[in-house]
Design a protein around this ligand. Structure first.
Ligand SMILES: [Zn+2]
Length: 470
């Protein structure tokens, strides 16, 4: 990471700024002054002396993307499950390879995953960390995030064994130590926040769920929970939460595909937020992404990647899958045979979901999510010089339909430039690659020795466990 020699002052010159701030809208050409990590001034031709200058002519400036749900520990097993069913994913990864992770594997996986996110313009990541079998794993997961320089919400989800269904195990109270040791004022960077990743009614029996929520209340942190994924999600998880006083504005509901309309109304009425992982949901059979139904209920969702074992870790793909599937649903529902039905979900909507709605869902919207004076300078400059974005006629449409990691030219987190001219500003990327690959090799060696999961990394041909015959 570079140290800014200009006493923490940076000015970004001449960008087309899509602020995502309703009061500011889109600015065709503006400068943004950053002072001590905060956005200090926005406007055309700012008169600024003694600041590091970033020439952004011809580039688009947006707030950094916010991914509200990613199981970052799976970075080491990326793309392993792209042809697997949900059942195979549970057998092979969630309850299979997970138990062979050593703390150092979790650390490098989180560092790798966080850098992957930063490189793609994701400046805030909810690390939905649910393979924390020991306290050392949790410490390592946090160390990996901290080392990356990304803004993160560490959502403590306990160990994989806690997730076996059914079981009566309570969420580990080690999360209290985690809060004390890692979030008790010692985080001088201000980039990390703690959240509680609850199993919720679909994964834990009633009393265990109530006890888990009690623990989350003791911590006083936000809660994120999977609900409404697949047939299982029709069991009324949100109704259960409502009946037991577990709903509220501090809860983010991940997926929501098969929740009833009544349950979506409960989420809206209690001020909850939602996270849609459209690609994984369609791939793993969770049901149609709930984007349109959430909007009808009055909930503007955030977006998330979910698992890099099955999909890419960038929000461009997340936005495009979200809008494509919802448009298909909308057109099918209206029998749009003559192609005359208007577009309901717009590109500007999904860009809002990927930025400011993510900020709201993490409870950080007073600090991030838009290009607004007083907010943290979590900013992304997108190059538009590629053939696929020339000439630039519609910047928002270009981002949503042609956006890709190659366009991510510059990334700032709290004013720190972490990527410039298309490259992450670290000199240890080669050693990180090597550490991750070695960790992957050894992970599979341990799995192979115990479970005959041979060739798991070769050609993606391995299918886990008893399901391999299908
Ligand atoms: Zn998930």
């Amino acid at each position: 990471m570079t140290q800014n020699p200009h006493r923490g002052r940076t000015v970004i010159r001449g960008a087309q700024v899509l602020t995502q701030d309703p009061a500011l809208g889109d600015l065709p050409e503006a400068d943004v002054l950053v002072v001590d990590g905060e956005i200090a001034e926005i406007g055309p031709g700012l008169s600024v002396a003694d600041a590091e200058e970033i020439d952004a002519a011809g580039k688009i400036l947006i707030p950094g993307f916010v991914d509200t749900h990613r199981h970052t520990w799976q970075s080491l097993v990326r793309h392993l499950a792209t042809d697997w069913t949900l059942g195979q994913y549970f057998t092979g990864i969630h309850f299979g390879l997970s138990k062979h992770y050593r703390p150092e594997d979790t650390e490098i996986a989180n560092l790798l995953g966080a850098l992957e996110a930063l490189n793609a313009g994701v400046t805030t990541l909810v690390d939905w960390s649910h393979n924390l079998e020991t306290p050392a794993h949790a410490d390592a997961a946090i160390a990996g995030l901290r080392e990356s320089g990304l803004r993160a919400v560490f959502a403590h989800g306990g160990g994989a064994t806690m997730w076996a269904v059914p079981n009566d195990v309570r969420h580990t109270r080690d999360v209290l130590r985690i809060q004390r040791e890692h979030f008790g004022g010692s985080d001088t960077s201000g980039l990390l926040t703690l959240a509680f990743a609850a199993r919720g009614p679909q994964f834990a029996p009633g009393q265990a769920t109530l006890d888990d929520w009690e623990l989350a209340r003791e911590l006083g942190v936000r809660i994120t929970v999977h609900v409404g994924d697949g047939e299982w999600g029709r069991s009324g998880p949100v109704r259960f939460m409502r009946e037991h006083g577990l709903t509220g504005p501090n809860v983010t509901y991940v997926h929501c595909n098969t929740l009833s309309d009544e349950e979506l109304r409960i989420i809206a009425d209690t001020g909850g937020t939602a996270s849609v992982s459209a690609d994984i949901e369609s791939q793993m059979g969770h049901g149609w992404p709930a984007t349109g139904r959430l909007l009808e209920a009055g909930i503007r969702p955030s977006l998330s990647i979910d698992v890099c074992s099955s999909t890419s870790g960038d929000m461009f793909n997340a936005m495009k899958t979200t809008i494509s599937l919802q448009r298909a649903l909308d057109n099918a529902a209206t029998d749009n045979a003559d192609g005359q039905v208007g577009v309901k979900l717009r590109c500007s909507d999904v860009l809002e979901f990927a930025t400011v709605r993510g900020a709201i869902a993490t409870g950080l919207d007073d600090r991030i999510g838009s290009v607004t004076v007083g907010k943290q300078a979590d900013l992304v400059l997108l190059s538009t010089s590629g053939l696929g974005t020339t000439p630039l006629n519609n910047p928002v449409g270009a981002i949503v339909y042609s956006g890709n990691i190659g366009m991510v030219d510059t990334v700032l987190v709290a004013g720190n430039v972490v990527k410039r001219d298309g490259a992450l500003l670290r000199d240890d990327l080669e050693s990180i690659r090597r550490r991750a690959t070695d960790a992957r090799d050894e992970l599979f060696e341990r799995a192979r020795a115990e479970e005959a999961t041979a060739d798991a990394r070769i050609g993606g041909a391995w299918l886990p466990g008893a399901l391999s015959a299908s």
